[in-house]
Structures are given as C-alpha cells and as structure tokens.
Design a protein around this ligand. Structure first.
Ligand code: RP5
Length: 160
C-alpha cells in the first residue's frame, strides 16, 4: 500500500519532503505530485476521486495560505486525509493555513498536524498503515524506542 503526498505548489516541497523521507525510512512507497486546488481544480477532482483505486491507502496533503487542498481532497476521497499546514510566502504567519485545514465541517475530517509538520504527517500515515501491517508497526515501535534513547542520552550528558 502506498501513501500519496500531494501539495499545492512546488514551494511546499521542503516541508513535504520530510513526510516522504520518514515514510521511505519505514519502507513505505510514496507517490508525490503537485495538485493545486486553485490553479488545477480539474486535477484535484481527478486525483481525489481515483486515489483509492490505485493502491493508495492514505493521502497526505499540504498547502499554505488559503489552504483548500486537504479539505477538498477529503470531500471527495474515501481515504484518510492528513493535512499539513505550510507557512508559505503568501501566509499570515501560517494561521490562515492552520485554520483552513483544521476547521473542517462535521462529516469531512482532515487529520491536521502542526504548522510545517511534514515529518509528523509521515509518521501518522505510517501508523495508519501499521494498524494492519505488522512489519510497519514494528518499525514504529522501534522508532519510538529510538526517540526515548535519544532523550535518555541527552539527559545523561546534561547530568554529567
Ligand atoms: C498555496 O499557495 C500553495 O500550497 C503554497 O503554499 C502557496 C504559495 O504558492 P506559490 O505562489 O509559492 O506557488 O496554494
């Protein structure tokens, strides 16, 4: 099963690359594309209505400013959609993007991560896949152990 990583503009790529990188580290295949809600609306419809027919299990969608991409994808796709608010050049401190991705109406959820939270979006997508893939879930367990080990190591150094 693949994770689709879509974004409104190539300018979102540095944030979205973090999702791709962590998914690759878990051995999860990704499919990446630019799908702009405002500039390529026909592509948005086609992508959202067909992603689940192409072996995609989860969609990560990132956008900045008036960020309609994640919500519009969620309105048409039966797949879980993880939204990544991006602090873009046209953004008012990122709040516009955070609120337009977060504040979805009842019935159309978007699991919204933090501003520029590409990495967490990738981890969440892996956790969704891990709920029915024991190998991926084991890697999540190991990843969490590595977080714990890193903190314990810092703590040890600090207290020396
Ligand atoms: C949004 O507008 C994109 O997702 C991007 O974050 C922002 C700015 O786009 P560009 O003008 O950099 O292409 O739709």
């Amino acid at each position: 099963m693949k994770v689709a990583v879509v974004m409104g503009s190539i300018s979102d790529m540095p944030v979205m690359q973090e999702a791709i990188d962590i998914l690759k580290s878990f051995g999860i295949e990704t499919e990446t594309d630019i799908v702009s809600a405002h500039r390529t609306p026909e592509k948005l419809f086609d992508f959202s209505q067909n992603a689940h027919k192409k072996g995609i299990a989860v969609i990560i969608a990132g956008a900045g400013g008036a960020a309609h991409l994640p919500g519009m994808v969620a309105s048409m796709s039966p797949l879980p959609v993880i939204g990544v608010p991006v602090k873009s050049s046209n953004s008012i401190d990122g709040w516009d993007s955070v609120l337009s991705i977060l504040q979805m109406p009842g019935g159309v959820p978007v699991a919204t991560v933090a501003l520029n939270g590409g990495k967490n979006a990738g981890i969440l997508a892996a956790q969704i896949i891990g709920s029915h893939d024991a190998n991926v879930q084991q890697q999540i367990v190991a990843y969490k152990e590595s977080l714990k080990a890193a903190v314990n190591e810092s703590s040890k150094k600090l207290r020396k």
